[in-house]
Design a protein around this ligand. Structure first.
Ligand SMILES: NC(=O)c1ccc[n+]([C@@H]2O[C@H](COP(=O)([O-])OP(=O)(O)OC[C@H]3O[C@@H](n4cnc5c(N)ncnc54)[C@H](O)[C@@H]3O)[C@@H](O)[C@H]2O)c1
Length: 364
């Protein structure tokens, strides 16, 4: 299969089967003075691929830090541990950190890279579908705080992102659906043609059909890039990517970042709530609502998640919205849907918590 390359302003994204083989030459190009490489690796990465990566790094002095990734360890203490190790090993800015894992590893490895000696080279090898279609793009790095999700962090781009689709072979189907959630989000908010493509090909994506999958990853990355390149520091436009995420983050905290509810699952629920409110507020038509809803039902996207779509659950989670980064005053800002491919503008719809509660009471 063809390897494709997308160009951002200061990094590029290599996508496709065997793209991992380009790692050595990418390091040579982007980090010419690199001698040491720290690999921050998700423990669930198949050994076979890790061996292949190590072979590609023969010329470097490599150190591997394995991590059992979970939202609970995505915190500042874990970052301190990494930094301590790097300092002991005397890493310089010209050396390199490579993150190999899902969004959790990518966010943490990127954050460590951004603050270690004020910035060390970083390469991202996303290994989950969610990370490949979303979190590896746009330079947001960071960790959770007890006060909320991703509240500590930075904007820091990698030198290169390598999206190796072979990683996905070992991914549990639950995680595939999580990645699909962000693909769907990109289509819903920005690209009607892509939404139609998903209507036709969702089953192929969920069953990891190589050609369709690579096409979907590429289209998804392009949409995300389009937002993040125009508004890197999330001053406005980029907030559209938060469609469904204000509810999602609140539900994740409500579930104490437990494995009960993964990020992608929370996004599926959050988008569904945002869609319902869009219809309720007459921002989108019944027809638009039905188009998205029927895609949800045809592929059972909410499968086991209906327990989280209960009025009581959602109401309880609303209090956690007060610390969400999307909130810039007393009100909470939401993105709603107008048509497939078109959302409301950032800042256009803001509500106080009691107003959000009233809407949820009427809708569920
Ligand atoms: N930076 C951003 O712009 C951005 C965007 C979206 C999400 N995120 C963050 O990303 C995180 C979610 O990412 P995620 O869904 O990838 O979660 P994750 O990193 O926890 O990975 C999901 C699960 O898959 C396992 N795994 C990873 N690669 C595997 C592989 N190849 N085979 C088998 N198992 C594998 C992990 O161990 C984990 O159990 C959240 O913390 C979220 O906040 C960040």
């Amino acid at each position: 299969m063809k390897i494709s390359r997308l160009k951002a302003k200061d990094y590029s994204i290599v996508i496709g089967k065997n793209s991992i083989l380009s790692l050595n030459s990418e390091i040579k190009n982007h980090c010419p003075k690199c001698k040491k490489v720290a690999l921050i690796v998700d423990r669930k990465i198949p050994k076979k691929i890790l061996i292949q990566i190590k072979k590609n790094l023969k010329k470097f002095n490599i150190f591997i830090f394995f991590v059992s990734s979970s939202e609970k360890i995505k915190n500042i203490n874990q970052i301190n541990l990494f930094i301590d190790k790097l300092l002991r090993l005397n890493f310089n800015r010209t050396d390199l950190i490579i993150g190999i894992g899902g969004g959790i590893i990518g966010d943490m490895a990127g954050f460590v890279s951004s603050i270690y000696k004020r910035g060390i080279n970083f390469i991202n090898l996303p290994s989950t579908l969610l990370a490949q279609v979303d979190s590896c793009i746009g330079g947001k790095t960071g960790v959770n705080s007890i006060h909320g999700k991703n509240l500590i962090g930075s904007f820091y781009n990698p030198k290169v992102v390598i999206i190796e689709t072979e990683f996905l072979k070992s991914l549990p189907s639950r995680e595939v659906i999580c990645g699909y959630a962000e693909i769907l989000k990109h289509a819903i908010i920005q690209d009607k043609k892509f939404f139609n493509f998903l209507n036709k090909h969702t089953q192929n994506i969920l069953s990891l059909n190589n050609k369709i999958l690579a096409e979907s990853i590429k289209r998804s990355c392009k949409i995300k890039l389009n937002f993040t390149e125009r508004d890197f520091k999330e001053k406005g436009l980029r907030m559209k990517l938060n469609f469904g995420h204000t509810f999602a983050h609140a539900l994740e905290i409500q579930n104490k970042y437990s494995n009960n509810l993964n990020h992608g699952e929370a996004v599926l629920i959050g988008m569904f709530i945002a869609l319902k409110i869009s219809k309720f507020k007459k921002l989108c038509s019944e027809n638009t609502y039905n188009q998205v809803k029927s895609l949800y039902s045809e592929f059972s996207l909410l499968g086991n998640l209906n327990k989280h779509l209960k009025k009581k659950e959602i109401l309880k989670s609303i209090r956690y919205m007060k610390n969400d980064k999307k909130k810039d005053d007393e009100k909470i800002s939401f993105i709603f849907l107008k048509n497939i491919g078109k959302t409301t503008m950032p800042g256009e719809y803001k509500f106080k918590t009691h107003q959000v509660k009233d809407m949820i009471k009427k809708l569920f």
